[in-house]
Design a binder for this molecule. Structure first.
Ligand code: BG6
Length: 450
């Protein structure tokens, strides 16, 4: 991908004094800048309430790079990048402050070229910010492209997601809106598409005739830290299932799109999500880790689940009757994100296996993180005279097969795509709403009086 395919863009970060900007956005932009993947004329303008000068804002971002994102490596690179950064102090609730922002943007780029608005604010400001951007005439694309990136959570149920979509659509066309799910920016998640659709050998067996069940696991060792205020009202279903787990399910189970083009891909994902049968509450379990209620911001009698596992079915030709098990939780023993495809047992066993021994069905494991790679387990003959089998594995490991090609951060890829105007890895309004249609009844079922 060449920098030429990205127009010179001013990236405006709303809520720029927060954690996301310091921890993820600016480090990702800086790495892209250093690698020469951004046009030299790229600008970053932060907009937030804190009274920073340009230099104070730059120092705050640099501190983030040093303490949270592995440092700047070469200080000259940082100096060059920092010169492209500005700050506008403003209140997300004040229309006048957007006009002030617009004046600064017009001064910094008199040619009025492309802009990418990034909403890194608290979610309750998404609709307000979009509305004021509209009032200030900042969504108008007659001079340059105006795209907007929205972070998760996108609503907290179907109703609020619909309202937010309506608020965005009042100002922006759907083609201007980029809803982020950072799991789609992970190389290994994207590799599921390459694994399935850049090879011929999987497609014939990728269905209910050969696959027994599929497990999707996103296990975390981290707890909720200081995010109690948000998390206690969200819980694992909203925080992880509605977005990341359902997205992984889409990649694993959707039909092949005709091209890697945004709407082709998203049409298939919506079709897949629409095929999910309403989940039976008896097919779910949930739990809360010990000590959860002691976090600041968490109600002392909170029943918010931090772990859940659900079994679901897809009512379509490919997957009828194949259970998909999705599970995710915090404060668990191990950090593993993985998709495991369990194949059926061979229909007939011709070997004289030792008593009590059976063949282990083939298992394909796609490891999203850590130790990224793919592993296929199969049966082999145990050396010797008996007919005993042993389970062995074929492995692809990124580190081993592609040394010196580090996996880029999800945000780098997603920011590049948003700058290029490629929405393939971002979620469309109907996709978000369909996902909530699956998750809402599960949460309602959990909250229903016993
Ligand atoms: C975020 C959730 O979307 O994803 C967090 O809000 C979670 O609760 C995080 O920890 C997990 O992302 P990753 O990239 O660390 O697997």
């Amino acid at each position: 991908m060449s920098p030429q395919s990205i127009p010179p863009t001013t990236i405006v970060i709303f809520g720029a004094s927060g954690d996301l900007t310091q921890r993820k956005l600016v480090p990702a932009l800086f790495h892209l800048f250093r690698k020469g993947q951004l046009p030299g004329e790229t600008r970053v303008v932060g907009f937030a309430r804190r009274p920073y000068s340009d230099d104070e804002f730059r120092a705050h971002l640099r501190e983030g790079l040093e303490t949270l994102a592995g440092g700047v490596a070469n200080p000259d690179d940082w100096t060059a990048f920092a010169a492209r950064i500005n700050y506008v102090q403003g209140d997300l609730d004040r229309s006048d402050d957007y006009r002030k922002l617009e004046e600064t943007l017009a001064r910094l780029d008199p040619a009025d070229r492309a802009r990418l608005y990034y909403l890194a604010t608290a979610p309750e400001y998404y609709a307000t910010t979009a509305a004021y951007i509209g009032v200030a005439g900042m969504a108008d694309q007659s001079r340059g492209r105006r795209h907007i990136v929205i972070e998760k959570p996108f609503g907290r149920d179907l109703g609020t997601a619909r309202n937010l979509n309506a608020a965005l659509h009042a100002v922006f066309a759907e083609s201007q809106i980029y809803r982020i799910d950072h799991y789609l920016g992970k190389e290994t998640a994207q590799n599921i598409l390459y694994f399935r659709f850049a090879n011929t050998i999987w497609e014939p067996v990728w269905n209910r005739r050969y696959i027994d069940h599929v497990q999707i696991t996103v296990a975390e060792t981290v707890d909720i830290g200081n995010r109690g205020g948000y998390y206690d009202h969200a819980g694992v279903a909203r925080d992880m299932f509605q977005n990341h787990l359902l997205q992984l399910l889409c990649l694993i189970a959707m039909e092949p799109p005709a091209s890697f083009q945004a709407d082709m891909l998203r049409n298939e994902k919506v079709k897949l999500l629409s095929a999910i049968r309403p989940v039976d509450i008896a097919d779910t379990v949930r739990a809360q880790y010990n000590g959860y209620r002691r976090h600041p911001g968490v109600a002392p009698d909170s029943t918010t689940p931090t772990y859940a596992a659900i079994k679901l079915y897809l009512d379509n030709w490919r997957w009828k009757g194949v259970p998909f098990y999705l599970r995710s939780g915090k404060a668990l023993k191990e950090r593993i994100s993985e998709v495991d495809v369990h194949f059926q047992s061979p229909p007939h066993v011709m070997f004289n296996l030792p008593p009590g021994k059976d063949l282990s069905p083939n298992q394909l494991s796609i490891r999203i993180q850590p130790d990224e790679g793919i592993r296929l387990q199969f049966e082999a003959k145990r050396p010797g005279a008996s007919q005993e089998t042993v389970t062995v594995a074929m492995k692809f490991d990124y580190d081993e097969s592609l040394p010196g090609e580090p996996l880029p951060e999800a945000y780098e890829r997603l920011l590049l795509d948003a700058l290029r105007g490629d929405a393939a890895l971002f979620m469309r309004s109907d996709e978000i709403e369909t996902a909530w249609r699956i998750i809402d009844p599960i949460i309602a079922g959990w909250n229903a009086p016993a």
